[in-house]
Design a binder for this molecule. Structure first.
Ligand code: SAM
Length: 272
Protein backbone atom coordinates (compact mmCIF):
# COMPACT_ATOMS: atom_id res chain seq x y z
CA UNK A 1 0.00 0.00 0.00
CA UNK A 2 1.35 3.46 -0.84
CA UNK A 3 1.38 6.25 1.76
CA UNK A 4 -1.42 7.96 -0.19
CA UNK A 5 -3.53 4.79 -0.09
CA UNK A 6 -2.94 4.51 3.68
CA UNK A 7 -4.13 8.11 4.18
CA UNK A 8 -7.21 7.44 2.04
CA UNK A 9 -7.97 4.19 3.86
CA UNK A 10 -7.83 6.04 7.20
CA UNK A 11 -10.14 8.80 5.91
CA UNK A 12 -12.65 6.17 4.74
CA UNK A 13 -12.39 4.14 7.97
CA UNK A 14 -13.03 7.22 10.07
CA UNK A 15 -15.90 8.36 7.85
CA UNK A 16 -17.62 4.98 7.94
CA UNK A 17 -17.66 5.10 11.78
CA UNK A 18 -19.37 8.47 11.89
CA UNK A 19 -23.10 9.00 11.94
CA UNK A 20 -22.66 12.46 10.37
CA UNK A 21 -20.84 13.73 7.28
CA UNK A 22 -17.97 16.23 7.62
CA UNK A 23 -20.37 18.98 6.49
CA UNK A 24 -22.94 18.01 9.14
CA UNK A 25 -20.29 17.94 11.88
CA UNK A 26 -19.19 21.52 11.16
CA UNK A 27 -22.75 22.70 10.69
CA UNK A 28 -23.44 21.45 14.24
CA UNK A 29 -20.19 22.71 15.78
CA UNK A 30 -19.80 26.07 14.05
CA UNK A 31 -20.88 28.16 17.02
CA UNK A 32 -18.83 26.12 19.48
CA UNK A 33 -15.61 26.11 17.47
CA UNK A 34 -14.66 29.70 18.31
CA UNK A 35 -14.73 28.77 22.00
CA UNK A 36 -12.52 25.77 21.35
CA UNK A 37 -9.93 27.98 19.65
CA UNK A 38 -10.16 30.56 22.46
CA UNK A 39 -9.61 28.02 25.21
CA UNK A 40 -6.61 26.42 23.51
CA UNK A 41 -3.23 27.75 22.47
CA UNK A 42 -2.47 26.36 19.00
CA UNK A 43 -3.16 29.73 17.36
CA UNK A 44 -0.88 31.72 19.67
CA UNK A 45 1.85 29.09 19.22
CA UNK A 46 1.76 29.07 15.42
CA UNK A 47 0.72 32.61 14.48
CA UNK A 48 4.11 34.29 15.14
CA UNK A 49 5.81 31.95 12.59
CA UNK A 50 3.14 32.79 10.01
CA UNK A 51 3.37 36.52 10.58
CA UNK A 52 7.15 36.35 10.22
CA UNK A 53 6.87 35.34 6.57
CA UNK A 54 4.22 37.83 5.39
CA UNK A 55 4.04 41.59 4.95
CA UNK A 56 1.35 44.17 4.37
CA UNK A 57 1.12 43.42 0.64
CA UNK A 58 1.06 39.62 1.07
CA UNK A 59 -1.71 37.35 -0.13
CA UNK A 60 -2.68 34.41 2.05
CA UNK A 61 -4.71 31.33 1.13
CA UNK A 62 -6.41 29.46 3.95
CA UNK A 63 -8.11 26.06 3.75
CA UNK A 64 -10.98 25.68 6.22
CA UNK A 65 -10.67 28.89 8.29
CA UNK A 66 -13.55 27.87 10.57
CA UNK A 67 -14.54 30.75 12.80
CA UNK A 68 -11.42 32.70 11.77
CA UNK A 69 -8.91 31.98 14.54
CA UNK A 70 -6.04 32.49 12.07
CA UNK A 71 -7.79 34.37 9.25
CA UNK A 72 -8.76 37.35 11.40
CA UNK A 73 -5.28 37.83 12.85
CA UNK A 74 -3.56 37.30 9.50
CA UNK A 75 -5.92 39.69 7.72
CA UNK A 76 -4.80 42.53 10.02
CA UNK A 77 -1.21 42.18 8.75
CA UNK A 78 -1.54 41.28 5.07
CA UNK A 79 -3.12 42.63 1.88
CA UNK A 80 -5.67 39.87 1.34
CA UNK A 81 -6.79 36.50 2.69
CA UNK A 82 -8.65 34.08 0.42
CA UNK A 83 -10.37 31.37 2.45
CA UNK A 84 -12.10 28.20 1.24
CA UNK A 85 -14.80 27.25 3.75
CA UNK A 86 -17.45 24.70 2.71
CA UNK A 87 -19.63 24.81 5.85
CA UNK A 88 -22.48 27.38 5.57
CA UNK A 89 -22.75 27.74 9.36
CA UNK A 90 -18.99 28.22 9.69
CA UNK A 91 -19.12 30.87 6.98
CA UNK A 92 -21.89 32.68 8.86
CA UNK A 93 -19.86 32.65 12.09
CA UNK A 94 -16.74 33.79 10.22
CA UNK A 95 -18.57 36.61 8.43
CA UNK A 96 -20.03 37.73 11.75
CA UNK A 97 -16.61 37.66 13.46
CA UNK A 98 -15.01 39.59 10.58
CA UNK A 99 -17.76 42.23 10.61
CA UNK A 100 -17.44 42.57 14.40
CA UNK A 101 -13.82 43.65 14.13
CA UNK A 102 -14.28 45.60 10.88
CA UNK A 103 -12.10 43.44 8.64
CA UNK A 104 -12.90 43.64 4.93
CA UNK A 105 -9.96 41.96 3.21
CA UNK A 106 -10.99 38.32 3.65
CA UNK A 107 -12.59 36.76 0.58
CA UNK A 108 -14.55 33.65 1.55
CA UNK A 109 -15.10 30.99 -1.13
CA UNK A 110 -17.89 28.52 -0.43
CA UNK A 111 -15.95 25.51 -1.61
CA UNK A 112 -14.08 22.45 -0.42
CA UNK A 113 -10.33 22.49 -1.05
CA UNK A 114 -10.56 19.49 -3.38
CA UNK A 115 -13.11 21.34 -5.57
CA UNK A 116 -11.96 24.96 -5.38
CA UNK A 117 -8.18 25.03 -5.61
CA UNK A 118 -7.83 23.91 -9.22
CA UNK A 119 -9.73 27.02 -10.36
CA UNK A 120 -7.32 29.40 -8.59
CA UNK A 121 -4.31 30.59 -10.52
CA UNK A 122 -3.21 33.58 -8.47
CA UNK A 123 0.06 33.61 -6.59
CA UNK A 124 -0.01 33.51 -2.80
CA UNK A 125 2.81 34.17 -0.37
CA UNK A 126 1.45 31.76 2.22
CA UNK A 127 -1.02 28.86 2.19
CA UNK A 128 -2.29 27.50 5.52
CA UNK A 129 -4.34 24.44 6.40
CA UNK A 130 -4.86 24.11 10.14
CA UNK A 131 -6.81 21.05 11.30
CA UNK A 132 -8.83 21.10 8.09
CA UNK A 133 -7.54 18.27 5.89
CA UNK A 134 -8.61 15.24 7.93
CA UNK A 135 -11.48 14.26 5.67
CA UNK A 136 -9.98 14.86 2.22
CA UNK A 137 -9.46 11.77 0.07
CA UNK A 138 -7.81 13.36 -3.02
CA UNK A 139 -5.24 14.89 -0.66
CA UNK A 140 -2.37 14.53 -3.15
CA UNK A 141 -4.23 16.82 -5.55
CA UNK A 142 -4.84 19.37 -2.79
CA UNK A 143 -1.18 19.34 -1.72
CA UNK A 144 -0.05 19.67 -5.36
CA UNK A 145 -2.37 22.65 -5.87
CA UNK A 146 -1.14 24.36 -2.71
CA UNK A 147 2.48 23.89 -3.79
CA UNK A 148 1.61 25.40 -7.18
CA UNK A 149 -0.16 28.39 -5.63
CA UNK A 150 2.01 29.43 -2.67
CA UNK A 151 5.65 30.06 -1.79
CA UNK A 152 5.26 28.94 1.83
CA UNK A 153 2.85 26.09 2.56
CA UNK A 154 2.04 25.35 6.20
CA UNK A 155 0.06 22.43 7.63
CA UNK A 156 -0.96 21.96 11.25
CA UNK A 157 -2.51 18.62 12.19
CA UNK A 158 -2.82 16.12 15.00
CA UNK A 159 -0.46 13.18 15.30
CA UNK A 160 -3.25 10.62 15.70
CA UNK A 161 -2.76 9.89 19.40
CA UNK A 162 -5.95 9.66 21.46
CA UNK A 163 -6.05 10.60 25.11
CA UNK A 164 -6.76 7.75 27.50
CA UNK A 165 -9.86 9.38 28.98
CA UNK A 166 -11.39 9.89 25.51
CA UNK A 167 -10.61 6.34 24.50
CA UNK A 168 -12.22 5.01 27.71
CA UNK A 169 -15.28 7.25 27.30
CA UNK A 170 -15.83 6.14 23.71
CA UNK A 171 -15.34 2.48 24.56
CA UNK A 172 -17.83 2.67 27.40
CA UNK A 173 -20.57 4.61 25.61
CA UNK A 174 -20.15 3.40 22.02
CA UNK A 175 -18.99 -0.13 22.80
CA UNK A 176 -15.81 0.14 20.71
CA UNK A 177 -12.56 2.04 20.42
CA UNK A 178 -12.74 5.26 18.40
CA UNK A 179 -11.20 5.11 14.92
CA UNK A 180 -8.42 7.72 14.85
CA UNK A 181 -8.67 10.40 12.18
CA UNK A 182 -6.11 10.44 9.40
CA UNK A 183 -3.16 12.32 10.84
CA UNK A 184 0.46 13.35 10.58
CA UNK A 185 1.45 9.66 10.78
CA UNK A 186 -0.12 9.05 7.36
CA UNK A 187 0.39 12.58 6.02
CA UNK A 188 4.14 12.95 6.42
CA UNK A 189 5.06 9.69 4.60
CA UNK A 190 2.80 10.89 1.80
CA UNK A 191 4.73 14.15 1.49
CA UNK A 192 7.92 12.09 1.25
CA UNK A 193 6.29 9.90 -1.38
CA UNK A 194 5.43 13.04 -3.37
CA UNK A 195 9.06 14.21 -3.08
CA UNK A 196 8.18 17.13 -0.81
CA UNK A 197 10.52 18.03 2.04
CA UNK A 198 8.88 19.63 5.06
CA UNK A 199 10.42 21.03 8.22
CA UNK A 200 8.48 19.50 11.08
CA UNK A 201 8.00 20.66 14.63
CA UNK A 202 5.97 18.65 17.10
CA UNK A 203 4.13 21.03 19.42
CA UNK A 204 2.62 20.16 22.78
CA UNK A 205 -0.58 22.17 22.63
CA UNK A 206 -3.48 22.50 25.03
CA UNK A 207 -6.47 20.32 24.32
CA UNK A 208 -9.10 21.82 26.60
CA UNK A 209 -12.83 21.18 26.28
CA UNK A 210 -14.28 24.10 28.22
CA UNK A 211 -17.96 24.91 28.83
CA UNK A 212 -20.02 27.55 30.63
CA UNK A 213 -21.85 24.98 32.75
CA UNK A 214 -22.28 21.26 33.38
CA UNK A 215 -25.33 21.01 31.12
CA UNK A 216 -23.50 22.56 28.15
CA UNK A 217 -20.74 20.00 28.66
CA UNK A 218 -23.28 17.18 28.73
CA UNK A 219 -25.09 18.46 25.62
CA UNK A 220 -21.81 18.58 23.72
CA UNK A 221 -20.68 15.09 24.64
CA UNK A 222 -24.14 13.60 24.20
CA UNK A 223 -24.12 14.95 20.62
CA UNK A 224 -20.54 13.89 20.00
CA UNK A 225 -21.09 10.32 21.16
CA UNK A 226 -24.56 10.13 19.55
CA UNK A 227 -26.28 9.14 22.83
CA UNK A 228 -29.95 9.47 23.64
CA UNK A 229 -31.26 11.17 26.76
CA UNK A 230 -31.63 7.85 28.64
CA UNK A 231 -27.85 7.73 29.09
CA UNK A 232 -27.42 11.33 30.22
CA UNK A 233 -27.03 10.56 33.93
CA UNK A 234 -24.49 7.86 33.24
CA UNK A 235 -22.63 10.28 30.95
CA UNK A 236 -22.77 12.99 33.63
CA UNK A 237 -21.17 10.67 36.17
CA UNK A 238 -18.42 9.68 33.74
CA UNK A 239 -17.62 13.26 32.71
CA UNK A 240 -17.71 14.63 36.24
CA UNK A 241 -15.01 12.12 37.14
CA UNK A 242 -12.72 13.88 34.69
CA UNK A 243 -13.98 17.49 34.59
CA UNK A 244 -12.58 20.35 36.65
CA UNK A 245 -14.14 23.66 37.58
CA UNK A 246 -11.88 26.62 36.86
CA UNK A 247 -13.27 30.09 37.52
CA UNK A 248 -16.71 30.37 35.90
CA UNK A 249 -16.11 27.39 33.64
CA UNK A 250 -16.10 23.64 33.73
CA UNK A 251 -13.83 21.65 31.45
CA UNK A 252 -11.71 18.67 30.66
CA UNK A 253 -8.18 19.97 30.50
CA UNK A 254 -5.28 18.25 28.76
CA UNK A 255 -2.35 18.50 26.38
CA UNK A 256 -1.97 16.98 22.93
CA UNK A 257 0.69 16.74 20.28
CA UNK A 258 0.28 18.53 16.95
CA UNK A 259 2.61 18.55 13.97
CA UNK A 260 3.52 21.85 12.35
CA UNK A 261 4.81 21.19 8.83
CA UNK A 262 6.46 23.98 6.94
CA UNK A 263 7.26 23.68 3.22
CA UNK A 264 9.29 26.17 1.20
CA UNK A 265 8.54 25.82 -2.49
CA UNK A 266 11.94 27.16 -3.51
CA UNK A 267 13.67 24.41 -1.56
CA UNK A 268 11.58 21.74 -3.28
CA UNK A 269 12.88 21.25 -6.78
CA UNK A 270 9.71 19.75 -8.22
CA UNK A 271 7.06 21.04 -10.58
CA UNK A 272 3.47 21.35 -9.37
C1 SAM B 1 -11.27 21.91 12.97
S1 SAM B 1 -11.89 23.25 12.03
C2 SAM B 1 -10.40 24.22 11.90
C3 SAM B 1 -10.66 25.67 11.77
C4 SAM B 1 -9.40 26.56 11.70
N1 SAM B 1 -8.57 26.22 10.56
C5 SAM B 1 -8.58 26.47 12.97
O1 SAM B 1 -7.53 25.83 12.98
O2 SAM B 1 -9.02 27.04 13.98
C6 SAM B 1 -12.00 22.51 10.40
C7 SAM B 1 -12.55 23.44 9.35
O3 SAM B 1 -12.22 22.88 8.07
C8 SAM B 1 -13.35 22.96 7.23
N2 SAM B 1 -13.24 21.88 6.23
C9 SAM B 1 -13.59 20.58 6.37
N3 SAM B 1 -13.38 19.90 5.22
C10 SAM B 1 -12.87 20.81 4.34
C11 SAM B 1 -12.47 20.72 2.97
N4 SAM B 1 -12.57 19.57 2.30
N5 SAM B 1 -12.02 21.84 2.36
C12 SAM B 1 -11.94 23.02 3.04
N6 SAM B 1 -12.32 23.15 4.35
C13 SAM B 1 -12.78 22.06 4.98
C14 SAM B 1 -14.52 22.79 8.18
O4 SAM B 1 -15.74 23.26 7.62
C15 SAM B 1 -14.06 23.59 9.38
O5 SAM B 1 -14.40 24.94 9.27
Amino acid sequence: MTALEKWQAQVRACRSERSESEEQVWQRLAQWYGDWARHNDYVSRVLPCLLACVGEQSRVLEIGPGSGAFAIRLARSVGEVVALEPSPNMRTVLEHNLANVGIGNVQILAQRAEDGLAELDDAFDLALASHSLYNIEPIDRVIGDLMRLARHVVFLMGVGAQSEWYHALHLRFCGKSPVPVASFCEFYPMLMEMGICADVEILMTRSNYVYDCEDSMLDWWQGHLGLDASRRDELRAALMGKAERRGNHIGIYGVNRSALMWIERERNQFSF
